[in-house]
Design a protein around this ligand. Structure first.
Ligand code: GTP
Ligand code: MG
Length: 254
């Protein structure tokens, strides 16, 4: 049972990727279980097999505790964490080839709070879990924004300590040269530093080199896979990379 946590900033395409990648996995005869961890999701592009909304009522929490939307989300995720044993039992009972976990739109709720760690620790099998961090091409339009996104993913990697892959999503919606540019930043330090320095004010250029040097080792250790949830382009590569990372992780645990 391989568990894939799909994380990314709000609107980066987590739920759509969960839906489309599960369709692709099932078309490859891989049994796939879909888990929704977002208590505030109004509609989803897939039918979850395990759903935190069966355990926690976000709207009721907001109304009865008189909370604003974000405070209600925090309270809801805290409540979800109380049911972690039930959730993981429900998931384990299926024992599929793949578990795809769609995480809350408010990234920091899952990634930087104790409840997120509890959920990631309890769901799935040790050594067979991975995070897929979505890079939103609508944001990664400049080298500076690309580096900011990688810093965010690096802090999540640091928090959870799970293997991580970057996915560059929505490639059907951006020109091919843009995709190649972003791939180039991940493969070549020179390409990154040139574009980074050109996009910065002169006073920030020295800082940009230091930042690029600090982040580059992390960038090259995590592949970036361009995908589209609309056309399913890149899904075979995503599947192969997840499988490779997980089997290497299992070797290390032995
Ligand atoms: N063209 C295109 N649009 C996409 C793709 N993936 C997602 N989208 C669109 O991006 C928007 C956000 O997608 P969601 O899947 O809801 O994103 P999310 O990260 O789950 O959003 P939150 O849970 O609200 O943070 C929707 O309008 C999707 O149709 C893609 O591969 N190509
Ligand atoms: Mg979503």
């Amino acid at each position: 049972m391989n568990t894939v946590f799909i994380v990314g900033t709000a609107g980066s395409g987590k739920s759509t990727l969960t839906s489309a990648f599960s369709d692709w996995l099932r078309s490859q005869e891989q049994s796939t279980l879909l888990v929704n961890l977002d208590p505030a999701a109004q509609t989803l592009p897939y039918e979850p097999d395990v759903d935190v909304r069966d355990y926690v009522d976000y709207d009721r929490i907001m109304a009865t505790r008189r909370l604003g939307p974000n405070a209600a989300l925090i309270a809801s995720v805290r409540e979800v964490a109380r049911y972690v044993d039930e959730l993981s039992e429900e998931i384990n009972a299926f024992n599929p080839d793949f578990v795809l976990v769609d995480t809350p739109g408010q990234l920091e709720l899952f990634a930087f709070r104790e409840e997120g760690f509890i959920l990631a620790e309890s769901i799935g099998v040790k050594g067979r879990k991975i995070m897929v961090f979505i890079l939103d091409p609508m944001f990664c339009t400049t080298a500076k924004n690309f580096v900011s996104s990688v810093f965010l993913s690096a802090s999540i990697y640091f928090s959870f300590g799970l293997p991580m892959i970057h996915v560059l999503n929505k490639i059907d919606a951006i020109p091919r040269e843009k995709v190649e540019k972003i791939e180039g930043w991940s493969e070549s330090f020179d390409s990154l530093i040139i574009d980074l320095e050109n996009s910065m004010e002169s006073t920030a250029r020295i800082l940009s080199r230091e930042v690029a040097e600090a982040i580059h080792d992390i960038i090259i250790s995590m592949p970036i896979i361009p995908v589209s949830s609309t056309t399913m382009e890149g899904f075979p590569d995503l599947h192969a990379t997840i499988t490779k990372f997980l089997s290497e992780g299992e070797m290390e645990l032995r």
